[in-house]
Design a protein around this ligand. Structure first.
Ligand code: R5P
Length: 259
């Protein structure tokens, strides 16, 4: 692995712990003004000190984040369909690697849709992104998007995650599930879990705890942080689990104290 690739990965996944808290605010690329992100800058600014990286689109980066901000950026480079489209997440490449370099990002993120009618398009699109990203030492993160009619179980998520890694992903983002250790064991690159739809804070903390205890390298969490009753308290509670091995109960107590 060349120096640039190693350095970018080390900026995202803390070498001391081997873990990362990615804060995801890229939802607007297919969901529009997602609840909690209407004024993205106001939401993000107080949470940034507790995030190891920030995942978002180039538009959000330009409009809502100042260039002086010292946080590694994971740039969403896939898109093309919205929540109004039946083929939601039939995504292609939306950003060139030159633009990613210009924006000085630490990684690029692309959604693949294993098991969908259009899986081939998304896998070949991801392969192109990997080729271009590797040329410049930029890690490509694969997001294993899951269609409504597919079970998010260990069998499916292992399949999707392993395919992503074999296609060249340096990090895989997937969902937590029962027997998550199996997903981790069969994937040769670090795995982070998405938070998914907003659930009670205690449950989200338990999920984060279960994920890291099952071998996840951290979380790429959005709604369960920025839609929490107290987002700044929530990000610190999640961080205590990811970076300090706090239990879910301790983290929830921390959340309530800070709240
Ligand atoms: C979806 O593919 C987006 O990349 C989101 O950033 C991702 O799902 C993580 O956000 P959340 O925790 O809200 O699911």
């Amino acid at each position: 692995m060349d120096w640039g690739m190693k350095n970018r990965l080390a900026r995202i996944i803390r070498p001391k712990t081997g873990r990362t808290l990615m804060f995801a605010v890229d939802h607007g690329y297919f969901m529009g003004p997602t609840s909690g992100l209407e004024n993205l800058d106001e939401t993000v600014e107080p949470l940034l000190p507790y995030a190891d990286s920030l995942m978002l689109t180039r538009g959000a980066l330009r409009y809502y984040v100042t260039a002086e901000t010292d946080v590694p950026i994971i740039l969403r480079v896939s898109g093309g369909t919205s929540i109004l489209n039946k083929q939601i997440l039939h995504e292609g490449i939306t950003v060139s690697m030159e633009e990613a370099i210009r924006l000085n990002v630490s990684a690029v993120a692309f959604s693949i849709m294993v098991g969908a009618d259009y899986e081939r398009d998304t896998l070949l699109g991801f392969a192109k992104v990997v080729d271009q990203a590797e040329r410049y030492g930029i890690p490509a993160l694969a997001v294993t998007a899951v269609g409504k009619d597919i079970d998010r179980d260990a069998k499916y998520l292992s399949l999707a995650s392993r395919i992503a890694a074999e296609m060249g992903a340096r990090i895989v983002k997937t969902y937590f599930c029962q027997e998550f250790e199996k997903v981790v064991r069969s994937c040769p690159v670090p795995i982070v879990i998405a938070g998914g739809k907003k659930i009670p804070e205690k449950d989200a903390l338990q999920m984060a705890y279960n994920a890291v205890q099952s071998g996840a390298s951290g979380v790429d969490m959005g709604r369960n942080i920025f839609q929490a009753d107290a987002p700044v308290a929530m990000v610190q509670a999640v961080r205590s689990i990811v970076q300090e091995d706090a239990t879910a109960n301790t983290a929830f107590e921390m959340y309530n104290d800070l709240k």
